[in-house]
Design a binder for this molecule. Structure first.
Ligand SMILES: [Zn+2]
Length: 170
């Protein structure tokens, strides 16, 4: 299944999502005005970890000996987006064993286009987490110093998991 989400942010755009049997894979385009690396935005990772402390427990496929926080402090912005999406999924009830990956092939996909893949237990939850993570990371890259609406985001994604019925208790 291939989807082209109509919703997009000005700088970070999710252009194409392929839902495979185990993973969703998104093409994430970084607009020319968006920095490519987290190290270009001072304090970025501290803000993310404060709002989403579960990220410190993530394992990272990059296998950095420095640990995931140090890794995320100096990595590609879409890689941070991947971890934010995974944490949103976990907080909305997805298993923490789900993994993600971020890769790129600018010669094949175009400069600034990254491939972010997320394993999923619920594909709609993964898609929503990806969209919300892009929005959050975009705001932070624009200089936002707090993640104000993260609880509302988790709640929204939880509702998607439960089928969007506000009256449902699970
Ligand atoms: Zn990682």
């Amino acid at each position: 299944m291939v989807m082209r989400p109509s919703e997009s942010t000005a700088g970070i755009r999710i252009e194409r999502v392929v839902v495979g049997p185990e993973r969703v894979e998104a093409s994430v385009r970084m607009g020319p005005q968006v920095p490519l690396r987290t190290s270009a935005v001072p304090g970025l990772v501290d803000i993310v970890v404060e709002a989403l402390p579960g990220i410190v427990r993530h394992r990272c496929e990059c296998g950095s000996a420095r640990g995931v926080v140090a890794e995320l402090a100096d990595t590609e912005i879409p890689h941070l987006l991947e971890h934010v999406a995974l944490e949103i999924m976990a907080l909305s009830g997805s298993p923490r064993s789900l993994a993600g990956s971020t890769s790129w092939d600018f010669s094949a996909d175009g400069r600034g286009v990254f491939r972010v893949a997320l394993e999923y237990d619920d594909d709609l939850v993964a898609l929503a987490a990806l969209t919300e993570a892009a929005r959050i990371v975009q705001k932070l890259a624009d200089g936002d110093t707090r993640m104000r609406h993260v609880d509302a985001v988790i709640e929204k994604v939880r509702m998607i998991r439960s089928g969007g019925d506000p009256g449902e208790v699970s």
